[in-house]
Write a protein of this length. Structure first.
Length: 589
């Protein structure tokens, strides 16, 4: 690929494949033998259903590599294209002058600024129409150059990370490290003074540097949790990345007490109390515009205190509904119920299955000035402006039920309850949904059908369940295959048929498997939701009134055309999003 060069319009091959009925990029992909005619027709249809451009769709599904697809698009539209492997980081404009939120949203990378003109790399031709947003924010006139998205995204992340002055590369001293870390008082009573005990800081310099590096490394690697674990003769640190724990460090065993003390000081816990569990929080300022919260818990074990930090990135609950992993039909069902003035939406799944993100995606859609939204959570993990959020504290009598009762006296439009655990909470939630409120909550069950039987087992009357519940979403999180290194898996057709694939699906799909490269963790990068979305139809309501069991509900859902979790996972595997083994791991009975 050429740097800053507009490719001439390439003539189609003299002996080109059949392209009848196709136009634009689809025709070019077939003519260049990137796709078959049938695959191009199917890709166009799927792209329309998913509300994506054809280029985005073929890249996201792995039908065509990002570099080949982008090059073909450049020829088709007469756009310049650039190989970002040739870019040197020090030649790029300083990131501080550009809004990080817009750069991340549009996936655009500033390349060169000459006066009021700014050249940026863009991943898709459709992005060019969105550059007005960048122009409005910066006052510059942006000009776009295409770059393969698999090159652009890592370079953009590195570019933005440098602007945050990551301490992983820039720790120069104890005072500098503490100042850059900038942890705040989680209760909002005032900022922590990092120089309050300078002598202690100097004595604990190695501990401070180690903890700071671990925290920043966890954020940069996309971890969700950090485990500091003492054992009989060893000490280890593990990160949970994409749902799996990985060893990352083994500091000296003698440091275990001082590391725990450092973490407790940062989270405002009592360092003298080592016999009881404690909960706290840390706020880590990465830059003027971005901060990360940590929920901290210490636990006394036989060999010392284990400390676990949950990383609460506010951006994780602000993603669009398109990015969750719903099929177009499932997305439409969720949006339809969100648009209703009353009813109950229940999200179910095990801990760590992404229920909070699914709920908050709905809350963000509903979060308008015309609505009063109240949430009760244990605890509030992600703070959202415009939403009234309450931490439940059972020790003082503020549980989900009492918070719900208070909400109903606060003129709410939308109510979110962290979890329905008992009959009292369930009855109040039902009452709220039946009296003109939209209620969102979670229940700990394995499937949509089991959620209905769980509510009945709590003691709810069948007519209350049937008249209040509008939609049930069961979900899991599967690791997403790395786009850079995934490769087709050699799986016999008879094996695929036994797993639930039809003959047509086997003939038209390629199943991929993980490999592993510098861009990912053991072949996976990120996670995608696998969903079972079941609206409560009239037929389902009749089953509830007849005290049906979970098998009856499940059979009715299949009859109405709603795929279960395993089937939804198989569809993701067919699309090249995840592997077959990963689907079986997260959807096993």
């Amino acid at each position: 690929m050429n740097d800053y060069r507009t490719p001439p319009h390439a003539p189609l091959h003299a002996t080109q494949p059949e392209t009848g009925g196709l136009r634009g990029l689809a025709r070019r992909l077939v003519a260049d033998e990137r796709l078959s005619h049938a695959a191009a027709v199917r890709a166009e249809s799927e792209a329309r259903e998913g509300e994506l451009s054809l280029l985005e769709h073929v890249i996201d599904t792995g039908l065509v590599s990002a570099r080949q697809a982008t090059l073909t698009a450049a020829w088709e539209y007469g756009l310049p294209i650039m190989d970002l492997d040739a870019i040197r980081a020090e030649t790029l404009p300083r990131a501080e002058g550009f809004p990080e939120k817009i750069l991340r949203k549009l996936k655009v990378l500033p390349l060169v600024q000459h006066g009021h003109r700014l050249t940026v790399a863009v991943p898709y031709p459709s992005t060019l129409a969105q550059l007005d947003e960048l122009q409005f924010a910066t006052g510059l006139t942006p000009e776009g150059i295409l770059a393969p998205v698999d090159q652009l995204v890592p370079v953009l992340e590195s570019y933005l990370a440098r602007s945050e002055k990551s301490m992983l590369d820039e720790l120069k001293g104890v005072d500098d490290a503490i100042g850059e870390l900038g942890y705040d008082d989680p209760e909002g009573s005032g900022e922590v003074d990092p120089h309050a005990d300078a002598q202690s800081a100097r004595e604990d310099a190695p501990i401070i540097k180690f903890v700071n590096k671990i925290l920043l490394d966890a954020i940069n690697r996309g971890a969700s949790d950090i485990h500091f674990e003492p054992y009989e003769t060893s000490y280890r640190v593990r990160f949970r990345i994409d749902g799996m724990l990985h060893d990352v460090a083994h500091p000296p065993f003698a440091m275990r007490t001082r590391i725990a003390a450092r973490l407790k000081v940062m989270s405002r816990l009592d360092i003298s109390e080592r016999r009881l569990p404690q909960d706290g929080a840390i706020k880590l300022r990465l830059s003027k515009t971005r901060s990360i919260d940590f929920r901290v818990n210490s636990l006394p074990t036989v060999y010392g205190e284990k400390v676990v930090l949950r990383i609460l990135d506010p951006t994780s609950a602000q993603i669009g509904i398109e990015q969750l992993g719903f099929t177009p039909e499932q997305k439409a069902m969720y949006e339809t119920v969100l648009d209703q003035p009353q009813g109950m939406i229940l999200v179910t799944g095990p801990t760590g299955s992404g229920k909070t993100v699914t709920l908050y995606t709905g809350i963000n859609i509903l979060n308008e000035v015309e609505r009063n939204i109240c949430t009760a959570e244990d605890p509030v993990e992600i703070k959202v402006p415009g939403v009234n959020q309450v931490n439940v504290l059972p020790k003082i009598g503020l549980d989900f039920a009492s918070a719900l009762r208070a909400f109903l006296r606060q003129d709410p439009d939308v109510v979110m309850v962290g979890e329905i655990r008992d009959l009292e909470t369930a009855e109040i939630a039902v009452k709220a949904s039946q009296t003109g409120h939209l209620v969102l909550s979670t229940v700990h069950t394995n499937s949509a059908a089991e959620t209905l039987t769980r509510l009945a087992n709590m003691g709810l009357a069948p007519f209350n369940i049937a008249s209040s519940v509008s939609l049930i979403i069961a979900q899991r999180l599967a690791r997403r295959l790395c786009k850079h290194c995934k490769q087709p898996a050699d799986i016999p057709h008879e094996v695929l048929e036994r797993q639930g694939f039809t003959q047509d699906e086997i003939a038209g799909a390629t199943i991929f498997e993980p490999v592993g490269c510098k861009h990912c963790t053991k072949g996976f990068k990120g996670r995608v939701g696998i969903y079972e979305v079941v609206p409560i139809s009239n037929a389902m309501s009749q089953l509830i009134m007849k005290n049906g069991n979970s098998m009856d509900f499940d059979a009715q859902a299949r009859e109405e055309g709603h795929p279960d979790l395993r089937r939804s996972g198989l569809l993701k595997a067919m699309q090249g999003v995840t592997s077959l083994a990963e689907v079986f791991r997260v959807t096993k009975d």
